[in-house]
Design a protein. Structure first.
Length: 219
């Protein structure tokens, strides 16, 4: 709907927000610009990139256009797609967009969509940050040498490989180690890891985002 000046409601709202924030000295105008221009534009670019990645992954299913349309337009698929858009709009890395797209692709790989399963896995994925996902992947690597290699590849995140097997006292350890310990503790609370190994739920999540083909077959 447009007003008499030809502006749409979202445009009017953005202008109003920008005007209100602009009245706040010093940081107000800067924040107003971020809220009204930068955030919407960045989210559009992220969604555009996500759809490009999703398109590439869905093409690997080798479905006819008619069959893909049938699966994608199911009520359950539309629900998942909407949730994936919300996550992709906030995804900072291309890797995270790829993980979301992989989950969406795998949900469409079967003629019968397990909506509840993928809905839950997508929700869990959205609750995890990139470092927690890397840590979950590390727990899934059973060979010690391969796990050490993985840690070294992501040294900027892990700092020390001992984090997955030690209990950290926050008053005795540096802040970086304390934060990493909190990631491990959170993965355990969510039922994704247990002691030094990944749980079946963790395996399902990794498989859904194409990170666990070697030990947890897709269904």
């Amino acid at each position: 709907m447009e007003d008499q000046n030809g502006l749409k409601k979202p445009d009017v709202a953005a202008i109003a927000v920008k005007g209100l924030l602009g009245a706040i000295p010093y940081v107000g105008p800067l924040v107003g610009e971020v809220v009204s221009t930068l955030i919407p534009n960045q989210r559009i670019k992220r969604l555009e990139k996500y759809v490009q990645i999703l398109n590439e992954k869905l093409s690997n299913l080798q479905l006819s256009k008619e069959e893909l349309e049938r699966r994608l337009t199911r009520q359950e698929s539309i629900d998942l797609l909407e949730d994936s858009f919300w996550q992709a709009a906030r995804a900072l890395s291309e890797e995270r967009k790829g993980q979301i797209a992989s989950l969406m692709k795998n949900s469409l790989s079967s003629d019968q969509l397990d909506h509840i399963r993928y809905k839950q896995l997508l929700s869990i994925l959205g609750d995890l940050n990139d470092a927690e996902l890397l840590m979950l992947k590390a727990y899934s690597i059973r060979e010690p040498l391969e796990r050490d290699k993985f840690y070294k590849q992501h040294e900027s995140v892990f700092r020390t490989p001992d984090i997955v097997v030690v209990v950290v006292s926050p008053w005795l350890e540096p802040p970086e180690l304390t934060i990493l310990a909190s990631f491990a503790a959170r993965l355990k609370r969510m039922g994704l890891i247990e002691d030094t190994y990944v749980t079946p739920l963790g395996c399902l999540l990794l498989a859904a985002i194409d990170q666990a083909e070697e030990f947890w077959p897709k269904t």
